[in-house]
Design a protein around this ligand. Structure first.
Ligand SMILES: [Zn+2]
Length: 233
């Protein structure tokens, strides 16, 4: 992400000092290559994917994932984006691309990190039978979130939770073992300006308040959930 070009090592180091690990997700060929390069940092994990708005790059990105499967903890983010793409024919091409990634995740035994903007129900229809899926920056309904966790999948709550009653409601009703948190850096900051990995602590504080438990207990649960979801050691 260009937002970190001026101080990337400092951002990663700040997170490291606070015991925050990063899952960096590629969204096109170029950012997948950049994600792989971040693996020189001990607290970074790589997920290779393709934003649905760039579906035309699918074959190159699939080739990249096959060649770099050993360094990936997941495939993603991939999914559907009906917010940015309105045309029916383009949406169909996004769906066909998502199918390819669903097949690839089954073949390679990797979890899927799913982007579902204004398309949560449709992504669920297509991806409900994968082994492991994480619905990143989940913004859908409580009812659908319950179906997602019933499939054994994970709902990822972003730092938007700081200001969102709907996300706090999700935290109240979902089984805690199926919740993970994220920043979606550089987006969705609780503060003015850029989000960065260490600000995941803003979401952590809200979760521990809603769950009415000690911060350390919430943190260790969420870390464990993330490790289970992405098969991290
Ligand atoms: Zn996304």
């Amino acid at each position: 992400m260009a937002a970190f070009d001026s101080d990337r090592p400092e951002v990663v180091e700040r997170a490291h000092r606070a015991s925050v690990a990063l899952v960096n997700s590629g969204v096109d060929l170029e950012s997948n290559v950049a994600t792989k390069a971040l693996l020189t940092y001990k607290n970074v994990f790589a997920s290779y994917g393709l934003s649905p708005v760039y579906y035309k790059q699918a074959s190159e990105v699939i080739r990249f994932i096959r060649q770099n499967v050993g360094s990936a903890c997941a495939i993603g983010e991939v999914g559907l984006d009906f917010y940015h793409v309105k045309q029916a024919s383009e949406r169909t091409r996004q769906e066909n691309t998502l199918f390819q990634f669903i097949r690839l995740s089954k073949e390679l035994g990797l979890a899927l990190i799913l982007h579902t903007r204004d398309a949560e129900e449709r992504v669920f229809e297509l991806a409900h039978n994968v082994d492991t899926a994480v619905y990143h920056c989940y913004g859908g309904s409580v009812e659908l979130a319950k179906k997602i966790v019933d499939c054994g999948h994970y709902v990822s709550i972003s730092t938007r939770v700081c200001r969102s009653a709907q996300h706090k409601e999700l935290l109240k009703v979902l089984p805690r073992e199926h919740v993970v948190i994220e920043t979606d850096s550089p987006f969705l900051s609780c503060h003015k300006g850029r989000n960065e990995p260490i600000f995941v602590e803003d979401a952590l504080r809200v979760v521990s308040r809603v769950w009415e438990e000690e911060l350390e207990d919430t943190a260790s649960m969420l870390v464990n959930n993330t490790k289970n979801a992405l098969n991290l050691v």
